[in-house]
Design a protein around this ligand. Structure first.
Ligand code: GLN
Length: 482
């Protein structure tokens, strides 16, 4: 049994009777117990997984209707709620939090007979890009365990890359699906804002974040998007997916398509030569496939990281104010505290990055400062949207490296918060503008992965996936070494 198979191959193998759901699930659990001590992709494994698997096997054997997932094991980032079980956001503040309801994406997966195999590690409250900010210790890159797996959905990336499960769901506020997808060599899709319900996703910066699939193949990404996208009455920002079948004609090719190579993302200060070389190579590949590639400049891009952190910290400051140990939290002896010292004591359980964001998020929109920071950031966002709209009149897609650098060693980058934030340079544009973006594994250089990012206009996931598929078909990458 090959634990590295794609979701689509898993479904056909189950249908052909090559193995049962229980057999596959128990092998996956075995794999997790073998490798996860080292990799730490999971914060918790579902102890009902085998029971769920047996139930699905019974349905299959007795010819009942079986959902599209046929019991495939899928992991989920630990910021999506499942009723009656823990959702910690990798924070000590939510160490004992039991979710009172289930997020829409997980209900949708359950109704298609997926098995939620476990909850994955992440940077605390999804703030970060390496999982070094998890309060439960980092995840490790399966390509080389001395290196970070990316983040914040790092555990999700690792779990898919290391064949601990078939696929995963991550969330992406400024790159948190695409960055670990790139670092772990899996496919990561950040859908159009509103295409996937955020109901039951613990908010960090809700005006821009999205849930999306992290998978072994582009087809699997389309397969999962078919399941999780669409209107949800519990999330008013959702849009109609028009019953699109994202798998339909996925092999249509990209002949005649116009692709813009984002200049600012291919000549930025922090860009590594290996990543640039891989990107130039991808451009040649796109041209060979019949696309026309041309440089395109977006003037607002140099300001996007600053705008992104200003806007997201503001939203985080308000979203995280609820962790005051009154409505959520842990026990501590409150005697002798007055209100302010009680709140600071309650918040002292938050990690350093979350505290930094909350302080920043209190300051930048405050009276007397908002004009200089928050409102300016919103202006950058509006101008960027105008630029993007204009660019998509001429181009079908934009491309760039997903991340300007390859995975780095633990502790190597985290000391300097500003240059750390700059690692998000290529990913935040899609979030600020709401457009979809995908990271496709493209190369393994010096034993570590490099992903290529493709962006498309709003709700153009179908053609985006066709383009990603065309690129994916040209690459042949080695097996993950763990
Ligand atoms: N690194 C970015 C941040 O810390 C992105 C995180 C994310 O997409 N959730 O905000």
């Amino acid at each position: 049994m090959d634990l590295g198979i794609s979701a689509l191959n898993y479904v056909s193998s189950i249908k052909n009777g090559e193995f049962t759901v229980e057999e596959f699930t128990s092998k996956s659990l075995e794999r997790i117990s073998q490798v996860d001590e080292k990799l730490h992709a999971f914060l918790r494994v579902n102890d009902l997984a085998i029971k769920n698997a047996r139930e699905i096997d019974t349905k299959i054997k007795s010819n009942q209707n079986v959902g599209k997932c046929y019991g495939m094991p899928i992991s989920v980032k630990d910021n999506m709620c499942i009723e009656g079980s823990k959702t910690t956001c990798a924070s000590k503040v939510l160490e004992n939090f039991i979710a009172p309801y289930t997020s829409t994406v997980i209900s949708k997966l359950n109704s298609e007979d997926a098995i939620i195999i476990g909850k994955t590690n992440m940077d605390e409250f999804a703030m970060g890009l390496s999982t070094e900010y998890s309060a439960y210790g980092p995840s490790r890159n399966p390509w080389n365990i001395d290196y970070v797996p990316g983040g914040s959905s790092g555990g999700s990336g690792v779990s898919v890359s290391a064949n601990e499960c078939i696929a995963s769901l991550g969330s992406d506020t400024g790159g948190s699906i695409r960055n670990p997808a790139s670092f772990c060599s899996v496919v990561g899709l950040k859908p159009t804002y509103g295409l996937v319900s955020r109901y039951g996703l613990v908010s960090y910066a809700n005006s821009i974040e999205q849930i999306g699939p992290m998978t072994k193949t582009v087809e699997d990404s389309a397969f999962l998007l078919n399941i999780i996208s669409g209107i949800d009455s519990n999330d008013n920002t959702t849009v109609d997916n028009k019953n699109q079948d994202y798998l339909n004609n996925i092999d249509a090719g990209i002949s005649g398509k116009k692709i813009g190579i984002v200049t600012e993302m291919t000549n930025s200060e922090g860009l590594s030569t290996d990543v640039l070389n891989a990107t130039n190579d991808a451009v040649k590949t796109f041209e060979k496939l019949g696309a026309n590639c041309e440089q395109v400049s977006l003037q607002m891009i140099p300001y996007t990281v600053a705008a992104y952190y200003t806007i997201t910290s503001t939203e985080a400051g308000s979203n995280l104010a609820r962790y005051d140990n009154i409505r959520y939290g842990y026990e501590f002896d409150s005697s002798g505290f007055e209100f302010n010292s009680y709140i600071s004591q309650a918040r002292s359980k938050l990690g350093p990055e979350v505290i930094r964001r909350m302080i920043l998020g209190g300051f930048v929109p405050s009276a007397g400062h908002a004009g200089k920071y928050f409102l300016k950031a919103l202006k950058v966002k509006s101008k960027l949207i105008a630029e993007i709209n204009h660019v998509f009149e001429k181009f079908d897609f934009l491309i760039s490296p997903t991340v300007p650098i390859q995975p780095f060693k633990f502790g190597e980058k985290i000391q300097d918060p500003v240059s750390f934030m700059m690692i998000d340079f290529n990913t935040v544009t899609a979030n600020l503008t709401g457009i979809p973006a995908i990271s496709v594994p493209y190369k393994i250089t010096n034993g570590l992965p490099i992903g290529i990012q493709i962006m498309a206009n709003r709700l153009e996931e179908h053609s985006l996936l066709q383009t990603a598929y065309a690129l994916e078909k040209t690459v042949d990458l080695p097996e993950v070494p763990v």
